[in-house]
Ligand binder design. Sequence first.
Ligand code: ATP
Ligand code: MG
Length: 296
Amino acid sequence: MLIDEDRLHIAIQKNGRLSDISRDLLKGAGLRLQNGRNALTARVENFAADIMFVRDDDIPTFVADGVCEFGIVGGNVLEEFRLSSRGPAVEIVAELGTARCSLKLAAPDATSWDGPQSLAGQRIATSYPRIVERWLAERRVDASVVKMNGAVELAPRLKIAPFICDLVSTGATLEANGLRAVADVFDSEAVLIRTTRSVAAVRQELGEALLSRIQGVLETKDAKYILLNASSESLPAITRILPGAEAPTIIPLHGRPGHFAVHAVARESVFWETLEQLKGAGASAILVLPIEKMML
Ligand code: ATP
Ligand code: MG
């Protein structure tokens, strides 16, 4: 693969749970990808960046080696990589708040569980051996870990191991296999990672620009612009209710002494209940508008 010195390289998952999340985030940051689903790389038409579509397990390696300056990966995959590599050549630059899941220890419904000591001398099947080994070491439990690359939930039935440690979001897969979760080992969400290797000045600058756009996308995810009218007496109560808004703009209303227009950016979700509370505190003509872009 020819690495273009003047362009950024971003590794995202080719096919899987993180592919759409990653594409949407880049799209939100204004990047237009050229190629379709089956290509291994895509050139961004309107930003000096190339996207590489890879297996999620390879993303930390690509970023740590500096082949890609950025990557989007599950926190679980990153943690497993960090525990197995010598130096931390990657850093998390944004938590994306999606693809939330947990690595959980689970066992067949009938297995007795009295806390981590129940694992002593037992085998645990998992795709994340290093995370599990650390968890066991922290609890001073002596158990053996068997690495499986997939279909971990079948391990108890196949008599490979009586316990498993696997990713769970709703628990439906565990239930379908007659398993129940007994302990939480690691909580994960998708993260944006960046190489900590030194990068040519051009790419460093492109990276800062990309990061600033992505932070803007994450900031605006739940953000709304709120406009309302209020009398001077009700202003303190109203500004207290406004969700996650710092320093609202307060403008006198022409021809209505003692009355003001309040404009504020709310960083948290604005619910109907919030509007009802604002109204109750004396606000009128309340408008909630979406924010399309934001740069701080
Ligand atoms: P690849 O072919 O790229 O190796 P994979 O099969 O290893 O893909 P996926 O199943 O697509 O990986 O999951 C990718 C990431 O999505 C996981 O590493 C995890 O961070 C997250 N994830 C996994 N399972 C769930 C789940 N049930 N709910 C939410 N997020 C999940
Ligand atoms: Mg994988």
